[in-house]
Design a protein around this ligand. Structure first.
Ligand code: FES
Length: 161
């Protein structure tokens, strides 16, 4: 028997959703969300188990998970900063913010700090262009960023640890 990676909680949560998604393939996104909420990222074994649960080939799950930037295919830090680098945010200084964040955290975009506290990555348009530049800090939006507010935010997170 194959080793299970996903928890009972995962299967219970999915059971509640099954009736809303008569086509089981439509369960892929909710399953990825649920698994990531538990794991923080989506290891290969978890993707394989999701494929088995839904009844599709593993490659289909990997395709979906790698298409959306919201899914983490490698471990991320406790605080995942996703800076939008799309047009509106760039016009309002996103590149400078990214440069600043890289210096401040001592990592390049796409990397995690050695202590596992922060991951820094870039994101496509977050749909909040009117308050650009914007980043997501885990699941929260941080808007109207500038160097000062970004610095303040990072310091605040560091002190809350
Ligand atoms: S371009 Fe950054 S939120 Fe739209």
């Amino acid at each position: 028997m194959k080793e299970k990676h996903l928890s009972e909680k995962f299967y219970q949560a999915m059971k509640q959703k099954e009736s809303r998604y008569p086509d089981r393939k439509a369960l892929i996104l909710p399953a990825l969300h649920q698994a990531q909420a538990e794991y923080g990222w989506l290891p290969k074994e978890v993707l394989a188990e999701i494929a088995e649960y839904i009844g599709v080939h593993e490659a289909q799950i990997r395709e979906v998970a790698s298409f959306y930037t919201m899914y983490n295919l490698k471990p991320v830090g406790k605080m995942h900063l996703k800076l939008c680098t799309n047009v509106a945010c760039c016009l309002r200084g996103a590149d400078e913010l990214m440069e600043y964040a890289e210096k401040k955290l001592g990592v390049k975009c796409g990397e995690t700090t050695p202590d596992g506290a922060f991951t820094l990555s870039e994101e496509e348009c977050l749909g909040a262009c009117t308050t650009a530049p914007v980043m997501m800090a885990n699941d929260d939006y941080v808007e109207n960023l500038d160097i000062n507010s970004l610095n303040h935010f990072i310091e605040k997170v560091k002190h809350e640890r």
